[in-house]
Design a protein around this ligand. Structure first.
Ligand code: GMT
Length: 382
């Protein structure tokens, strides 16, 4: 198949999933064309089947806001036509689904039929998408998609609740990791660099937006380090970073915290960690938690959104109510206190991650692509 993938090329989970999916499809022999405004951060893979098409946004002075959706639609028309794509798969509804719809209509007017699949990732539905100014466009674009997927059962239900006029069937295809990529740990990253006295090493990875409640990560860590020697690594950057630095001074924890900023391959750091903290207000799936588990790191998380579908309470880690830092700290201490308990949770975390290996998930996407193409063929034959 010749597949066009549209995504946000940044460090967000949706871009990571789209990129890893494209890489895996290319490895299986499909031709994959990424169509984005810059090269996806994880597209570090050389393959004759992978292509990248940049959407360049002009900066004409009349526009206070550049019309990205329009240039994206035009680029999609161009790539579909000249690369003879079979289908488009857009990740994150805003504005990718409506841009794909527009491209589909333009191409139809030229006698070219191209189906598009929309994958809902989370904030496009639970935060941004809920904004009434987006609602009619999102509802329309999702209903017009040839197929729709969501990354968790919880996100599927949220979509129907937040957008009552969405009638389209939503297929749940969970996020995934490529376990092979977690097997080779870069020996340049060693635990003793961050925990020189072999302290317990906690870690948080996110884009430091308000929804992640990173302040709770610090409060949980503060409680843990009062009970045992511990260090915390923060990976990522974002709007809340300044507030987090302030809080770390207030709590007097800065000497035990190391901020590493944005890292392209977080699995290298995850490999040396003992416990992952994910304190989000809402999380449609929690790819970061799955990446931790694939690195044998148990997870202390909230129980919001799709997290209970990923992290199993009392097995791969623990789940607590949003904001309940007391409970999260108590659970963290339980996991970290005894070596034997930690070892067991680490093994369990890895076992749980295996369920989301790409080998199990990729065929679900391929089957969906096939069924969309078959439906389109049948429609054209009528
Ligand atoms: O919050 C992020 O990390 C970025 C965001 C995105 O839309 O790119 O992540 C969402 O999609 C990820 C991949 O499907 C999910 O694992 C995250 O849970 C989800 N984030 C939220 O729901 C807050």
């Amino acid at each position: 198949m010749k597949i066009g993938i549209v995504c946000y090329p940044t460090f967000g989970g949706s871009g990571v999933v789209a990129t890893e999916l494209g890489k895996a499809l290319a490895e299986k022999g499909h031709q994959v064309h990424f169509i984005t405004y810059s090269q996806p951060v994880r597209l570090d893979f050389f393959s004759g089947n992978l292509f990248y098409h940049e959407v360049s946004v002009s900066d004409y002075p009349l526009f206070d806001y550049q019309p990205y959706e329009l240039v994206l639609s035009s680029k999609l028309v161009d790539v579909v036509k000249y690369e003879k794509l079979d289908l488009l798969h857009v990740h994150y509804a805003i504005p990718h689904a409506s841009a794909a719809y527009m491209a589909k209509q333009i191409l139809a007017s030229q006698g070219i039929n191209i189906p598009f699949i929309t994958t809902l990732h989370g904030t496009d539905i639970t935060l941004v998408g809920k904004d009434p100014s987006f609602e009619p466009v999102i509802t329309f674009a999702i209903n017009q998609s040839d197929a729709v997927t969501s990354v968790s059962e919880s996100l599927k239900q949220d979509t129907y609740t937040n957008f009552p006029d969405i009638k389209k069937e939503i297929h749940v295809i969970p996020n995934f990791i490529n376990l092979e990529e977690y097997k080779n740990h870069d020996s340049r990253c060693q635990k003793k660099m961050y925990a020189p006295l072999n302290e317990r090493l906690l870690i948080h990875v996110s884009n430091f937006r308000k929804v992640k409640r990173v302040e709770d990560v610090l409060r949980v860590f503060d409680k843990v380090r009062k009970v045992m020697p511990a260090k915390l690594i923060l990976v990522g950057d974002g709007p809340e970073k300044g507030n987090i630095e302030k809080l770390c001074r207030e709590l007097d924890t800065c000497n035990d915290i190391k901020s590493l900023g944005k890292i392209v391959n977080p699995e290298q750091v995850l490999a040396i960690a003992d416990l992952f903290l994910l304190t989000s207000e809402t999380e449609s799936f929690g790819l970061a938690a799955l990446e931790a588990m694939a690195s044998h790191v148990p997870v202390i998380s909230t129980n919001s959104g799709g997290l209970p579908e990923v992290n199993v309470h009392g097995y791969s880690g623990y789940l607590s109510n949003v904001g309940d830092v007391e409970d999260m700290a108590k659970n963290a201490i339980h996991i970290l206190k005894e070596d034997a308990t930690l070892k067991q949770f680490k093994e369990n975390a890895y076992e749980q991650a295996k369920k989301f290996d790409i080998a199990a998930i990729l065929p679900m996407y391929e089957a969906l692509y096939e069924s969309v193409l078959n439906k389109q063929k049948q429609k054209l034959e009528v």
